[in-house]
Design a protein around this ligand. Sequence first.
Ligand code: C2E
Ligand code: MG
Ligand code: MG
Ligand code: MG
Length: 283
Amino acid sequence: RTDTALYAAKAAGRGRTVLSERRRHGLVDDLVRGLDAGEVHVELQPIIELGSHRAVAVEALARWDHPDLGRVPPLEFVAVAEDGGIIDRLGATVLRLACADAHALQEAWGRRVSLGVNVSGRELVGQDYAARVLAALDAADWPTTQFVLEVTESVVEASDPAALRALATLRASGVRVAIDDFGTGYSSLSRLDELPADFLKLDRQFLTSLPTSTRRTGMVRALLDLCAELGMHVVAEGVETAEQAAMLEELGCHSAQGYHYERPLPVAALAATRWATGGTVPA
Ligand code: C2E
Ligand code: MG
Ligand code: MG
Ligand code: MG
């Protein structure tokens, strides 16, 4: 039983499970079974274009509802899958579910959205990763031009040739690449122009003192200018307040996502939100 194979502490008040790193591997069998049993699904969080106040894209976020442990955080079970050698299986499942849900959302909303999916470094360097993604998109009848692959800054920083090759192949096929959690790694600004990316997702750390700190505001403004110069769109992550949203609009940030707009939701729930019609940004 997994209950004894790991220690599980419920993170205070959040009903989430935190696993010790040492015992994560005890969950591999559970995850294999859970994938077959349909315990893994995705939630979609809308990405709002600030100029039009419309939800132009969604990010798919993987969810695993473990029968005993409840919802396991994605960073935990992604690590489980990586360590257990089943990251390809997890990734393939998430991709298939995300495409199906995005199709359903488009159907409900009567317009196109683009779909962002996260990929871990370990998965990206896997054998024929790009070919597998392209085949999966084809099988799901999801256009490459409406697909965005989110990779973290650290993955690109590592400059692994296999990773860079996979990204180049995907981009040549119309897939766009987003650098996720930008600002949390150690990327040199002098190499920003070398990033194989179309979007830069500004980590929510950047927003913590926006708009109260003028220095911080200046930094975000400068980064937006720099990205505009390089032809990269900036997506602000973790926007939680109306003040942050207003400041980002004023600074000309291209798009944003966060609890201020909408939490990640199952597709049926998201389909019924105000974003169906473009939506107005809450005051
Ligand atoms: P991420 O890709 O940076 O995703 C954004 C995370 O921030 C999500 O956490 C989302 O629920 C959360 N978030 C969104 N808006 C706000 C906000 O306004 N405030 C705060 N505090 N948080 C917000 P989540 O769903 O727990 O996912 C955590 C990370 O797990 C993701 O970070 C991503 O790196 C990874 N992940 C999720 N799904 C997958 C997947 O299918 N594959 C891989 N490889 N990684 C995934
Ligand atoms: Mg992401
Ligand atoms: Mg992120
Ligand atoms: Mg993040």
